[in-house]
Design a protein around this ligand. Sequence first.
Ligand code: HAM
Length: 510
Amino acid sequence: MKFQAIKGVRDILPPDSALWNRVEQAAREVFSTYGYGEIRLPIFESAELFARSVGIETDIVNKEIYLAVEPSLATHEKDRNQLLMENTEDAPNKDAARARIDFHIELTKAGVRSGAISQQDNELILQEFANLQKNGQLLAGADWVAYVRRAKDLLSKLCYLPQLSLRPEATASVVRAYIEHGMHTRPGNVKLYYMGPMFRGERPQKGRYRQFYQIGVELLGASDHPAIDAEVIEMLLAFFERIGLKGTALSINSIGDKQCRPKYVETLRAALREVKDKLGADSQRRIETNPLRVLDSKAPDERPIIEKLPRIAEHLCDGCRNHYAELKRQLALRGVSYTENWRLVRGLDYYMRTTFEVTATGLGSQDAVCGGGRYDGLVEQLGGPAGTKGIGFAIGTDRVILSLEHQAGDAKPPAAIEVYLAWMGAAAYPAAVALAQKMRRQGTAVELPAVEMRFGKSLNLADRLGAKYAVILGDDELASKQFTVKRLADGDQKKLSESDLLSYLLPRTQ
Ligand code: HAM
């Protein structure tokens, strides 16, 4: 059987991974100059966390989440199924009863461990099961048969829903960690960044994967001053500048808050109902479930209809309008240019007020390289201190890399190897090992062949590996203590002592 990576996930191989490392390293450097520290988060969390933060009605949670089963839960389910299949109705014996009690204890534990989604139903079933089986092993005849049937019936109803989810995003995890570790007691704003894989079961295409990578930032604290939003956006653009990503475009919007948005949503819903027949099936459904999402529909024939819908900017309350105006002033102060996009509502439920997105070139339809916004109620909603504010963004690393590669065109990525150490003759090998160690210690990337090769073959391989230099070490070099170094690009060749060779390589490798 030939294995392949599953659909929508991919391997990132060298030399491409070098660009990934460069991008991630730049993020670390830029974010730390703004006072952010790295948070390392788990890849899986309770499924409930995402349902309650990202939102049950969103595509991400509703259609795209990867659920995982706790191994102990799977074992319990298997045990349960086996018990149901056993024919114990007419063979009462103490061992079977004992096994059932043990199993019941295990199930009770599993019920407690299995989290909240199915807990309610399971608890009721387990309770009835416990009452029923109190004296079950003492029953006989028809009573025994009735008891076993009822017990099996109850067990068959126990629900083993997966309670874990591979994270589709990381804001929810950051907020969970913020609350769990009481980070609100830390001085000033809590500024965190993270990087790593996220999982969404979307239809794969260029720039859209089922395992994709994000570099994200979250700032949590007591203030929601627009200067905070503006600095977060400034930092994001500083990062894009540092990695040399060209053709980026920033869009911003305000989607209001608890006060003004519900009223706007109703106005929007009413307007949408009037044009319902002209909309596609997805948008028609969203009129009732989540009308804001109709605004960012990508369907070209819906665009002219959407253009005529009521706009949130005209329905913001005073607080939100002032916040948005000050955000724009703060962005101007920082020399940040942007476009306002009233349709930018974002696909996650936790946002309020500021939302923003950055697009880049060379990506086709999946051109958003970053999305973010403010989520002031989320900490409280997940059980944290009331009044905590939050804002952040996540960069789609896969798309940033694609855009950078598109920009670079055919330019070759730098080779991993600088020096190919071609040794010849058994006596030269120990000297080659020692020389390779010295070069590597000073930071030069060296390829030392494990077996002796003919000179021509060695140089050919050095060339194909993309090495800049071949250093030649044979009997002559050993005797004269002068190493031959050949620059492969133009064939320039010189003989150098060991210390001269090391310093000759040094400036070019730093
Ligand atoms: P998001 O807009 O869902 O926001 O994702 C952010 C970015 O992740 C997108 O702009 C895109 O570049 C990338 N992305 C999303 N899905 C995929 C995919 N299937 N394949 C490749 N790239 C993808 C969030 O995740 C929020 N947590 C951002 C945030 C942080 N808001 C506040 N703080």
